[in-house]
Design a protein around this ligand. Sequence first.
Ligand SMILES: Nc1ncnc2c1ncn2[C@@H]1O[C@H](COP(=O)(O)OP(=O)(O)O)[C@@H](O)[C@H]1O
Ligand SMILES: [Mg+2]
Length: 245
Amino acid sequence: MPNDGYLDDSVHWKVRNGLVDFAEPTHSEVADAILDCGLATEVGQKLGSGKEADVYLCRDGKMLRVVKVYRQYRTAHKGDRRIKLESMGQRALREFDLLSYAWQGGARVPEPGRRNENMFSMQYLGNATTVAPMLQDAVLDHPEAFLQQTVAGVESLAEAGIVHSDLSPFNILVHEGLPWFIDLAAGIRVDRLGSPPWVRLNEAIRALEHGSATLARYFRKYALTLDTEEMIHRVRAKVDLYRLE
Ligand SMILES: Nc1ncnc2c1ncn2[C@@H]1O[C@H](COP(=O)(O)OP(=O)(O)O)[C@@H](O)[C@H]1O
Ligand SMILES: [Mg+2]
């Protein structure tokens, strides 16, 4: 294989023993995997498909649920180096943990369900007939209030200990008139656990500068100004950055 050196030993073993299928699973294979591990009782349409994961609308008994499935490998933009098979389980775990953390901290994110290997379930945002649209596609009835709620939402994520590092109108859903934050995959923990706080806080502020500029650009179409400095200031106050400078 051309990418031999890139795969770790356990993957080599699986490749040699025929346990790895390098073709992308079909919809019905993914559906079987979701049903087999009990994350849902019925798998419906694909709601979204990003660089690394697909999101499916599912039913669990009577409840609608969403299941996010990290693909077993992804193809890089340049060439086709495949990343380690096992790491997709890690990514699902990371996103699921951050989602759980944000939820427990009271941020407006979908309620996490359960995780199994490279997939996890969560609360479905939408109603019986319509999926909550991405902010990008939504027409806002009260854009100014929505802007304020978005800034307050980013602040409450920070209060829960997380900075969303990929803030954009694609990762905010409009549900019951309010902003819901999704796709915490690359979120940054800004509480005091893990690697040195100042490293993560600097990284978080850089991500926030980028995200707030992206959102400010979006709100310009409603002739509104999102005060990016104020948003960052509010987040910094929440994560108690000043004491670390
Ligand atoms: N809890 C949810 N309820 C309804 N739709 C969702 C939910 N989570 C994700 N989606 C849909 O799936 C799309 C992709 O989800 P996202 O987590 O942003 O994955 P990606 O990593 O592919 O960007 C979203 O843009 C949204 O339309
Ligand atoms: Mg996304």
